[in-house]
Design a protein around this ligand. Structure first.
Ligand code: C5P
Length: 398
């Protein structure tokens, strides 16, 4: 019963394929899902709100304000969703989402959403091939959207080619398998670290690094979607969502991160250390701001605890530890050494040599090396997709 009690938001935009959506809604409601329809004004020419509200057993929303003058809170709608599907997705709404335009309720909900968003683009063959459409679709992919490619076949224009929205049964199967897949880490406790650490020098200064924290957040999202109970211990980041469906433990320094990992590690099944932990910290933290002088200033540094290596020593039977390696030279050899030295089950290697990979980017290119020597290299992908690949690899180990 993967769909029972799930909140599914269906977004409908103005394309002829909208006629298939009432059938999809019927399948979802029959499977026990709670369906909320949001449609654009253009979609009303293809399917009526009355049909949709009757089948979904919920009012249909299309504008920010109802006829009775009530505000439809897009933030609340976005936050209660377990999954959002836009079907059909027109070239027009696709362009709005790629550009970040929140002109109607549907795009505002998508932009406030934390739930996975699936889109089913449907348009004529030539439109689907058009350069800007291709570009907008790859943008959405890099934002973490799941794209359901249109099928080949007869199109409303009388032409045939790629552009058809899949049948309602196919869309239903995609939604159901999303929730089935998400059981891969059910019952598992996953501890994730992310972000940089800040090592104080005096009350206003610190030693830090360029980590954005995005990888840790994407991993926490992917592990939660896979059914795990997640704790994310993160260094300073501005990228956390407003209301995350996992526990966040904010820390600043490597020492604080070490204490938090020591506290939560014993009852965790899986540890993923994606944090960019500072290797050194000032020996002596000044209690007042260091004054400027003309002479040179030396700050003596001492090593921070290697959190992952310490966790490797504490590891009990059945626990799985995963580390990251950001290497500039001799990448594989160094990653393998680290895997052994820190008693890891898997290491994720990202190289600074790869364009678009590493700190600050929204994309990454990784190689996963397992303890048994098995190795897999992935193409450049969004950090969300990379996180899903890592979680899927981990689910083979549990
Ligand atoms: O040894 P190196 O810093 O290259 O190893 C990287 C891996 O070790 C990452 O998974 C990182 O989170 C972890 N690490 C740690 N504590 C440190 C330094 C790195 O847990 N002090």
């Amino acid at each position: 019963m993967p769909l029972r009690g799930k909140n599914i938001v269906i977004g409908i935009t103005g394309g002829i394929a909208a006629y298939k959506i009432p059938l999809l809604i019927r399948l979802l409601v029959k499977a026990g899902a709670n369906v909320q329809v949001i449609m654009t004004e253009a979609a009303k020419a293809f399917v009526t709100p009355l049909t949709l509200s009757t089948l979904s057993r919920n009012p249909v929303y299309s504008s920010f304000v109802s006829e009775a003058g009530q505000w439809h809170n897009h933030i609340a709608l976005a936050h209660t969703a377990d999954l959002i599907l836009i079907a059909p997705l027109t070239a027009n709404t696709l362009a709005d989402l790629a550009m970040g335009k929140a002109e109607n309720l549907l795009s505002a909900v998508i932009m406030s959403a934390e739930a996975p968003v699936y889109v089913s683009p449907a348009m004529d063959r030539e439109m689907y091939r058009y350069g800007a459409v291709r570009e907008n679709l790859s943008k959405l992919k890099s934002f973490g959207f799941h794209i359901i490619p249109p099928e080949e076949g007869e199109l409303a224009s009388g032409l045939s080619g790629q552009g058809r929205m899949p049948e309602p049964e196919t869309l239903f199967a995609i939604i159901r398998s999303h929730f089935k897949q998400t059981q891969a880490l059910k019952g598992k406790k996953v501890l994730i670290t992310g972000g940089p650490t800040y090592e104080p020098i005096d009350p206003v200064r610190f030693i830090g690094n360029r980590s954005s924290g995005k990888t840790g957040i994407a991993l926490a999202e992917a592990a939660t979607q896979a059914g795990a109970e997640v704790i994310l211990i993160t260094g300073p980041t501005t990228c956390l969502p407003g209301n995350p469906p996992y526990t966040v433990v904010p820390v600043e320094s490597a020492g604080e991160m070490y204490q938090a990992v020591k506290k939560h590690y014993p009852e965790s099944d899986i540890l993923i250390m994606s944090a960019a932990v500072s290797d050194y910290k000032p020996v002596d933290v000044k209690s007042s701001k260091i004054k400027k002088h003309s002479a040179r200033l030396n700050i003596e540094l001492e090593p921070t605890p290697d959190i992952l290596a310490e966790a490797g020593k504490m590891k009990r039977q059945g626990q799985i530890n995963i580390g990251f390696a950001l290497e500039t030279d001799d990448e594989k050899k160094n990653a393998l050494d680290k895997l052994k030295r820190k008693n890891l089950d898997m290491i994720v290697l990202n190289s600074l040599k790869d364009e678009g990979a590493g700190f600050g980017y929204d994309t990454n290119k990784i190689t996963i090396i397992r303890k048994d020597g098995q190795e897999k290299t992935y193409p450049l992908k969004s950090k969300h997709e990379v996180a899903r690949d890592i979680i899927s690899e981990i689910s083979h180990l549990v």
